[in-house]
Design a protein around this ligand. Structure first.
Ligand SMILES: [Zn+2]
Length: 272
């Protein structure tokens, strides 16, 4: 089905599923995909299977960006929310990997007006404007099943259009994440490793921001300049510029974690 180059990317995709599960970004649900490096009009995406259990090419389908249909309709079906992935690839030509998760640390920011913003340097990519929040209720049409799932191209396109773009590029979102009200979030990356980095550190940022808000409420007005101090716009931009070339370092650690500590649960049949 695929070349050596594509086999390598599929191996990375399997590992990414395991890493995201190990770091509790993905649980029984949620998914990550990668655009086909040899054909930008398709992407690779698992069949309906818990991320921790994805282990071979038999578990991965090739889907068309155009309508999220499988190139081989006889294979086991992929997740209903495949339209999240297809429509983000369609909207942003420089996005090559997409993660959709139901991160419990991020979810409170999808149902309140508290903006999720960068609170420390590693998630500086989140910026200072607040991650946009997609409210699917604004896009339901009569007859839609209102189960919050992005289950067709119309809803997928609405989600993809909720990403912000900065003034210099229209081909990659800034920040690379969108919240989904009462559901979770979607994260985009130029590579699998980047999408995993963004996902893990968005979750970490949410956890730390929530802890800071709790402290602030428990002990208000106890110091000078009370109130949360977020990164400035420039600090966010400069932090990501510093971190971007270095994300292979955490990736190597995360890969080793699932190979060793995760032995017995995680199987990657494409690794050698
Ligand atoms: Zn979902």
């Amino acid at each position: 089905m695929v070349s050596a180059n594509a086999t390598s990317i599929l191996s990375t995709l399997i590992t990414a599923n395991h890493v995201l599960h190990y770091h509790s970004v993905l649980h029984a649900y949620g998914h990550i995909s990668v655009r086909n490096p040899e054909n930008a009009s398709t992407f690779f995406f698992a069949r309906t299977l818990a991320p921790a259990l994805i282990s071979s090419t038999e578990d991965i389908n090739e889907l068309n960006v155009a309508d999220a249909s499988q190139t081989d309709p006889t294979r086991p079906r992929s997740f209903v929310e495949r339209f999240i992935h297809s429509e983000i690839y369609k909207r942003f030509e420089d996005v090559n990997s997409v993660v959709h998760s139901h991160s419990p640390q991020v979810l409170p920011y999808t149902i309140t007006d508290v903006p999720l913003k960068a609170v420390y340097h590693l998630p500086g990519f989140l910026g200072d404007q607040g991650v946009p929040n997609f409210d699917i209720a604004e896009f339901y049409e009569p007859g839609d099943q209102q189960d919050l799932l992005v289950s067709n191209t119309r809803l997928g396109a609405a989600l993809a259009n909720t990403f912000n773009v900065n003034s210099t590029t229209n081909s990659f979102p800034d920040p690379p994440a969108v919240l989904m009200r009462g559901h979770g979030l979607a994260v985009a990356g130029e590579t699998i490793e980047q999408a995993v980095f963004f996902s893990i550190y968005t979750q970490s940022n949410a956890e730390i921001q929530s802890s800071a808000i709790e402290l602030e409420h428990a002990f208000p007005n106890t110091g000078e300049g009370s109130g949360l101090r977020y990164l400035t716009a420039q600090e966010g931009i400069d932090s990501w510029a510093t971190n971007k070339p270095l994300i292979i370092r955490p990736w190597e650690l995360w890969q080793r974690e699932v190979q060793t500590v995760g032995q017995g649960l995680y199987v990657n049949g494409l690794e050698h």
